[in-house]
Design a protein around this ligand. Structure first.
Ligand code: ADP
Length: 439
């Protein structure tokens, strides 16, 4: 995908996500308002019901008071006798002696007559002795009374008075509005999921794009790498096709040798690509042989003798591990070591000095490949084990490669339950450490 194409896609996707979020917020706002309106309406209704209730109770209590006073004396000081202290508590001043049973009977009669079906508690107070004289709880559905309930509040009033309290009634004005979490939490979760999904998609697209760029590089590199031996072989075979060459056996041998070595190079390169594809497909079957890594290191070192001699380099071994036997695949492990040493040679511009070392760390074997070459920057260190990744070497153009070697090493290390790490400083060299569990 072209860079601009990807940019447009990300922009459009971002705009749509913002659109979704905005729409969600608008809907949420609406839902909130509707809910608030509904709550206000409910409250108003409740207030009206409370008012009706308190009116009915006030009238009933006034009637009760009237009846009590009419038994003894003139009911003239009835004015303002009933006071609603709280929405569920009423106090009635009655400057007269009160008989509890009479009061209870009258209260029940008047409440029933007015359809007040609430349980209530009443208490009679004597302000001269500053105490509650009598209290009782009256259940309206079953006419059971229970005189233990007397948590009525005392009021500052002169003479006698009685209070009526409706314990089951709590005013709607005091109860908090019901929490309405569900209205916003689900849309918020959905939006979050959409957002995460979106971020993940962008990340995947970016990754795919980088991989495809790397693949293109790889194809370019490989074609280049294959073209050189192919043209060398073509030239050599042309020379061999000359009938006069039979008279020059030395030249003939040289060209035959060139063809053989170039062919070997081609084979090795194709083999490397094939190895990796098999590994990637998950088809590679790792053998589980007992492999002595010291022997393997010896073999790999010897295969570099010629190259190092040509470049005036040297390879030093410092094999300190007392146990170097791992359980694994000899061929793959040998390839991995080969790749590490090959890189150490490739990325040392001057005469390569390579140090190979081993040591034991508990049940682990550490194999260290150290060079004094160009080194790797911190940024690149994080990526060099990725498939097709190559550091832009700038002026070191002549270093050939596909960016597959280290990826292969990592695959092999992980397939054996181990890992590969790197320490490097640009200009000073690199140290690769292959850690493998002992057999
Ligand atoms: P390549 O075929 O390019 O060598 P690798 O996967 O083996 O691919 O290595 C990836 C990149 O890591 C290389 O392009 C190179 O820049 C860097 N690299 C690997 N080994 C070394 C080393 N010993 N010294 C410096 N750079 C290295």
């Amino acid at each position: 995908m072209k860079r601009r194409g990807l940019g447009t896609l990300v922009l459009l996707a971002t705009l749509s996500v913002i659109g979704v979020v905005l729409t969600q917020m608008l809907w949420l706002d609406r839902a909130f308002r509707l809910q608030n309106d509904q709550l206000t309406l409910q409250r108003q209704q409740q207030v009206q019901l409370d008012k009706q209730f308190s009116d009915r109770v006030t009238i009933a209590l006034t009637d009760v008071t009237e009846q009590i006073l009419s038994i003894n004396k003139d009911p003239s000081d009835l004015f303002d006798a009933v006071v609603e202290e709280r929405p569920n508590y009423f106090a009635v001043t009655i400057n007269d002696t009160l008989h509890p049973y009479l009061l209870e009977a009258l209260l029940m009669k008047e409440f029933q007559r007015r359809g007040i079906q609430e349980d209530f508690e009443y208490g009679i107070y004597d302000c001269f002795t500053d105490s509650i004289v009598y209290g009782n709880y009256v259940g309206m559905d079953s006419v059971t009374t229970d005189s233990t309930h007397t948590d009525l509040q005392k009021l500052d009033k002169d003479g006698h008075y009685f209070g009526v309290y409706f314990p089951r009634r709590s005013s709607a004005l005091w109860s908090p509005a019901p929490a309405s979490r569900s209205t916003w939490i689900y849309p918020a979760i959905v939006t979050l999921i959409v957002f995460i999904f979106f971020a993940y998609s962008v990340w995947t697209i970016a990754r795919q794009k980088r991989l495809s760029e790397m693949k293109n590089d790889f194809i370019g590199n490989m074609t280049h790498e294959l073209k050189t031996p192919i043209s060398t072989i073509a030239l050599s075979s042309e020379v061999l096709g000359d009938p006069a060459i039979v008279h020059e056996p030395e030249r003939l041998r040289t060209y035959a040798g060139i063809i053989r070595s170039e062919n070997e190079r081609l084979r090795a390169q194709v083999e490397r690509v094939l190895q990796l594809t098999t590994l990637e497909d998950g088809n590679a079957r790792m053998k589980r042989d007992r492999v002595d890594m010291h022997t393997l290191i010896g073999e790999v070192s010897r295969s570099f003798d010629l190259v190092l001699k040509e470049r005036d380099g040297e390879l030093r071994s410092d094999l300190q591990a007392s146990d170097a036997v791992v359980s694994g695949d000899r061929v793959h492990l040998s390839n991995a070591l080969h790749n590490l040493v090959d890189n150490a040679v490739k990325y040392s511009p001057a005469a390569p000095t390579i140090e190979l070392g081993t040591k034991n760390d508990g049940r682990w074997l550490h194999i260290q490949v150290r060079d004094h070459g160009i080194g790797i920057g911190r940024q690149d260190q994080r990526h060099i084990f990725e498939r097709f990744y190559r550091v832009h070497t700038g002026n070191v153009h002549d270093v050939k490669g596909f960016g597959l070697g280290l990826h292969y090493v990592r695959q092999i290390a992980e397939a054996h339950g181990g890992r590969i790490t790197v320490h490097s400083e640009p200009g000073h060299g690199s140290t690769f450490i292959l850690e493998l569990p002992l057999a």
